[in-house]
Design a protein around this ligand. Structure first.
Ligand SMILES: C[S@@+](CC[C@H](N)C(=O)[O-])C[C@H]1O[C@@H](n2cnc3c(N)ncnc32)[C@H](O)[C@@H]1O
Length: 215
């Protein structure tokens, strides 16, 4: 039974950090790797789907004074993030990153970790265009996500999602939790199509894959 996206994460908030750090291969190293890739001169950072902020825990270790805007659908995940970092300069927005405005030329860097694999390519393409615009010239977007290697795997997960949504009578625009990973190749192509000038794979442990896209 598919669960509405925010209900899914609300029900799992308490055990979320432990789960990601011990059970999802590549994440523990991935959070550190992401922090190490944030450019040194970064002052402003956008985090899409920041959740409880596992990537921010590592980023704050290296850059304690960085200013963060974090957007997430699930209030309980944001509450946990705020409890962990009560004094940090974070503007936390409980909302949908497809709908929220990001501004133009405002961020030095943007990140997302394990959130983009829930959405179809057409939605991600328009999001990436908006994201690119929100970066300053020379800015970078670092994405770590569940990605697969073959088109057959990607097609399988997308068609399973379609089947389950149909069976439950879920309408097109409602967010329900189901993993629909894209291939690394398709994900990189999507970022290039959105206008990023270069996209490089910098990390892969099991299916946890990291791409750096430059404006
Ligand atoms: C797997 S968690 C990742 C959280 C964090 N980035 C990490 O790696 O620990 C995915 C997060 O994305 C958020 N999310 C999913 N769809 C979203 C959307 N459309 N807008 C904003 N947040 C979203 C969920 O609420 C959840 O907190």
């Amino acid at each position: 039974m598919l669960e509405a996206m925010s209900d899914f994460f609300t029900a799992r908030t308490e055990m979320y950090d432990e789960h990601m750090l011990t059970e999802v291969e590549g994440c523990k190293e991935g959070y550190k790797k992401m922090a190490s890739l944030v450019p040194k001169e970064t002052e402003t950072l956008l985090d899409l789907g920041c959740g409880t902020g596992l990537e921010l825990d590592e980023i704050f270790r290296l850059y304690p004074d960085i200013k963060v805007v974090g957007i997430d659908l699930t209030q309980s995940m944001l509450d946990k993030l705020r409890q962990k970092h009560p004094t940090k300069e974070m503007r936390l927005v409980c909302g949908d990153y497809f709908q929220e405005p990001f501004g133009v030329n405002v961020f030095d860097c943007a990140v997302s970790f394990q959130t983009m694999h829930h959405f179809p390519k057409d939605k991600k393409l328009s999001l990436y265009k908006k994201l690119r615009e929100s970066l300053k010239d020379g800015g970078e977007y670092i994405e770590c996500d569940y990605m697969v290697l073959t088109q057959a795997e990607e097609d399988h997960w997308f068609s399973e999602n379609e089947r389950l949504r149909r069976e439950q009578g879920i309408v097109d625009d409602e967010f329900y939790h189901y993993d629909t990973p894209c291939t690394v190749y398709n994900q990189a192509e999507l970022l290039k199509k959105a206008g990023f000038s270069s996209v490089e794979q910098v990390f892969r442990v099991e299916n946890t894959t990291m791409l750096v896209a430059k404006k």
